[in-house]
Design a protein around this ligand. Structure first.
Ligand code: ATP
Ligand code: MG
Ligand code: FE
Length: 339
């Protein structure tokens, strides 16, 4: 089964050809980061316009690199949501036009299901599995009871991890997106600033990051008021240690509680060295199988959308052509219906 997948939910325009849900024949990604950096974050209108400019070329490139012609495709998949509505629309309209022109089924796909199924590009999944999704807009513990069936057992009550990283980075003077800068600095630091761990209720799998973020901003402001530059390295390390400790502990607890056979680390923050190292060490000690996709499949890309679309396609088939982009698309709702 050959699926052409399209992803335009935020600031990456991407198209990929994926065979049988795991073999990546091409994965073309055009990032707009340079365009948005001057604004300190993603500007929605600018993102949509950029997607329109490049989408046709990116799709052509994905087909060319995969050495496949449209008649060989089985379906066209596209990120239906969640994401920026104007950005999603560009991908959805393009996918509908291609599906119609080539007379192929359309598969509306959930963006976070894509981040999770990035793990399938690495290895066959065994169910039940547990995904820790840490991205720019989401921080969730998702239980996969069987293929394509998602149950969110914990989520952030305020900021997402990536968002908190970007805000901390900004306070320390780094350009957008700041996560990688904070990660690097944390590794160079000789010591860690004392910062709180936010656990919430003892049995909760939810997260809260706004208190930690505020504590960091207070530290930065306090030293600036005293006319001193804050110890950015110590702050970065203290922040990272707090985030990592809580994420690792809750993920491992959720694996135990759900009887998961694998733990999947997904989303852009899966590129974080501190998180990868701590989770790898802990899972090794506990005998938990951990899958962390390579960085290119962790941040936004269309190959992961092709992987998720394949499971949906196998169980439920295509999506009606009158489907619409949905910025608030629900993951649990998108779960496969037919076993
Ligand atoms: P969502 O998928 O929730 O809609 P998104 O697609 O914008 O959000 P991703 O592309 O998955 O998010 O991830 C981007 C985020 O990952 C940014 O916030 C970025 O700072 C963060 N990030 C990337 N690398 C690292 C790193 N090494 N350490 C910490 N954060 C990182
Ligand atoms: Mg992005
Ligand atoms: Fe994403």
């Amino acid at each position: 089964v050959y699926i052409l997948a399209i992803e335009t939910s935020c600031d990456e325009t991407s198209a990929a050809v994926v065979k049988d849900g795991w073999e990546v024949l091409s994965n073309i990604i055009s990032s707009q980061i340079e365009t948005h950096r001057a604004f300190g974050g993603v500007v929605p209108e600018v993102a949509s316009r950029k997607h329109v400019e490049v989408i046709t070329l990116i799709v052509e490139e994905a087909l060319a690199q995969a050495e496949i012609t449209p008649d060989k495709l089985d379906a066209v998949a596209v990120t239906q949501g969640p994401g920026l509505v104007g950005a999603l629309l560009v991908g959805v309209v393009a996918a509908k036009a291609l599906a119609l022109a080539w007379n192929k089924p359309l598969i509306g796909t959930h963006h976070i299901a894509g981040h999770i199924y990035a793990a399938r590009l690495v290895k066959e999944l065994e169910y039940p599995a547990l995904a820790l999704v840490a991205s720019g807009g989401h921080t969730e513990l998702v239980s996969l009871e069987s293929e394509g069936r998602f149950k969110i057992i914990g989520r952030t009550r305020d900021d997402a991890v990536g968002e908190a990283y970007d805000k901390v980075a900004r306070a320390l003077g780094f350009p957008y997106p700041g996560g990688p800068h904070v990660d690097k600095l944390a590794h160079e630091a000789a010591e860690a600033a004392a910062l709180p761990r936010v656990w919430l209720e003892p049995d909760s799998y939810d997260f809260s990051l706004s208190g930690l973020k505020s504590a960091v901003l207070n530290l930065v402001n306090q030293s600036r008021m005293k006319g001193q530059e804050p110890d950015a390295a110590a702050i970065a390390r203290g922040f990272q240690e707090s985030v990592v400790e809580v994420l690792v502990e809750k993920a491992v607890r959720a694996v135990r509680a759900t009887g998961a056979r694998q733990l999947l680390l997904c989303g852009g923050v899966a590129a974080n060295r501190g998180l990868r190292e701590a989770l790898t060490a802990r899972c090794g000690k506990e005998g938990i199988e951990l899958i962390i996709p390579p960085a290119v499949f962790c941040t936004d890309n269309a190959a992961m959308i092709g992987a998720a679309a394949y499971t949906k396609w196998l169980h439920d088939g295509g999506t009606p052509l009158d489907m619409v982009a949905d910025p608030g698309f629900s993951l649990e709702h998108w779960s496969v219906q037919t076993s």
